[in-house]
Design a protein around this ligand. Structure first.
Ligand SMILES: Cc1cc2nc3c(=O)[nH]c(=O)nc-3n(C[C@H](O)[C@H](O)[C@H](O)COP(=O)(O)OP(=O)(O)OC[C@H]3O[C@@H](n4cnc5c(N)ncnc54)[C@H](O)[C@@H]3O)c2cc1C
Length: 440
């Protein structure tokens, strides 16, 4: 009987630079090297200490220009070829660091959505997040859970079930009556440490932004703000897409070494899920509470913002007629208001129109304005810069009116009208009025 063959070890090789390929991206290869064998030259190119390199391939994988490759000696090359030809099982080395990380991450399971409420009134964005949360939970094969915090807010648990949650974690106590960062952070962190969710989604509202940032800092994890897309990769990581560099590119951000993964999403970015009346779920009432004395912020009185009276909330409108720099002057916005009145809609604006002082800031649509998702969005004299598009491109129907046929707005438009808005808009208004009169 012949002796069993020892399993050959797969050569690891060493990393080396491909001449002329480095783009001096900012020393990413140096940053990931676990054995500090990468030094940078003054021109930003890596110099690899081959004596120290352990062939982990981290620098090769991170290089955005594929300027690093693995080098094998002729002997190692031979072994690799033999292994490939003989198909002898190779003894893969287990990276103990990676194994420990995988075990730690596996402790976290479930997708949570924070249900934002003010005096018991839920923020619609919470339900939108349950919609996208359901897709993520299904992909991961885990439960979709809601997180409800407040005083006398149990009715929001049933609402959460109606919008898709299977379970709701509830903190209901007088100390949570008004949103105060300290109390809510304590409550959330307690639940996170106890139940270990792998994903937490919050609305990118004043409250959500404040709370998410404070929690991420406390539990030492990553947070991606203002996501416009969420998906799961093959390793269960959350792929969080958002505009970056002033909206000129879309970046997908991952938090692959820490849990929970946290994202905020602006209202109206995700579609509303269908409401399932009477849907049932499990309520986990956690008795955790914070003493009133330990909360430094006290709510003495709530004073409603008198300026907000009479202001228009464009985010909830079904018809938005927006004007841009092509409107030429503030008084020309009355043309848009007339059309909006006929349609029962509101007037929005591009940032250029707002910066020019033609429209108030709360009408601005776009990256630094509001995200809207109306049934019909009519863009008048708006070129369609990416920063504007991210705020309105998910509208059901986009109608663009622009005299420049090559304006980028036409790329997202369902219907495009190439023409002078000062002729086209009044003509549409007139036509609608006529149609309405004919129906009476
Ligand atoms: C960090 C950052 C954030 C930003 N955030 C936002 C944001 O939230 N929202 C936003 O809108 N922008 C934002 N911007 C600005 C954005 O880049 C554009 O500058 C802006 O959207 C352009 O506005 P506009 O289309 O009205 O003007 P322009 O780009 O000047 O376009 C005017 C258009 O009107 C057309 N026009 C002129 N006269 C007529 C006419 N008589 N009839 C028909 N068409 C006519 C022209 O052909 C042109 O296409 C941001 C920029 C940065 C850098």
């Amino acid at each position: 009987m012949s002796e069993p063959q020892p399993k050959p070890k797969k050569p690891r090789g060493i990393a080396r630079l491909i001449a002329g390929a480095c783009i001096a991206c900012g020393a990413r290869c140096q940053a990931v090297c676990p054995v500090n064998c990468v030094e940078m030259t003054d021109s930003g190119e890596p110099v690899i200490d081959t004596a120290k390199c352990i062939g982990c391939q981290k620098c090769v994988k991170i290089c955005p220009a594929s300027a690093l490759e693995m080098f094998f000696t002729p002997e190692e090359q031979k072994i690799l070829e033999q292994l490939a030809a003989s198909a002898i099982p190779v003894e893969e080395e287990v990276d103990p660091e990676a194994a420990a990380l995988a075990l730690k991450l596996a402790e976290y399971r479930g997708v949570w959505v924070f249900v934002e409420q003010t005096e018991g009134e839920p923020a619609k964005v919470s339900w939108e997040l349950l919609g996208v949360g359901a897709d993520l939970a299904a992909k991961l094969g885990v439960e979709l859970c809601a997180l409800v915090i407040g005083e006398s807010v149990e009715h929001l648990c049933s609402e959460s079930f109606a919008y898709g949650a299977a379970k709701t974690y509830l903190l209901d106590a007088p100390v949570y009556k008004y949103y105060r960062t300290e109390a809510y952070v304590e409550g959330c962190c307690h639940l996170i440490e106890k139940y270990k969710p792998e994903i937490i989604l919050m609305g990118a509202t004043g409250m959500g932004r404040d709370l998410a940032g404070a929690i991420a800092t406390r539990v030492a994890t990553g947070l991606t703000a203002d996501c416009t897309g969420l998906a799961i990769d093959e390793k269960r990581n959350l792929m969080q897409t958002r505009p970056a560099f002033g909206g000129n590119i879309m970046a997908t951000i991952m938090c692959d070494k820490f849990r929970p993964q946290m994202s905020t999403v602006r209202p109206n970015v995700m579609p509303m899920p269908e409401r399932r009346e009477g849907a049932k779920g499990i309520i986990i009432r956690d008795p955790f509470t914070v003493t009133e004395d330990s909360v430094l912020t006290k709510v003495i009185e709530i004073i409603r913002d008198s300026h907000s009276k009479g202001t228009v909330d464009i985010t909830g409108a079904e018809f938005i007629i927006s004007g841009g720099r092509g409107m030429m002057a503030p008084e020309n916005f009355t043309l848009l208001q007339e059309l909006a009145d006929e349609l029962g809609g509101v007037v929005g604006a591009s940032r250029s129109a707002v910066d020019a002082g033609w429209m108030p800031g709360d009408r601005q649509v776009g990256q630094t304005g509001k995200t809207v998702r109306p049934k019909i969005y009519i863009a008048c004299g708006i070129s369609g810069a990416i920063q504007h598009l991210v705020g309105m491109q998910d509208s059901d129907i986009v109608i663009a009116i622009n005299r420049d046929s090559s304006a980028p707005i036409f790329e997202v438009a369902t219907y495009g009208i190439v023409g002078d808005l000062f002729q086209v808009v009044p003509a549409i208004t007139k036509r609608i009025r006529k149609m309405k009169q004919a129906r009476r």
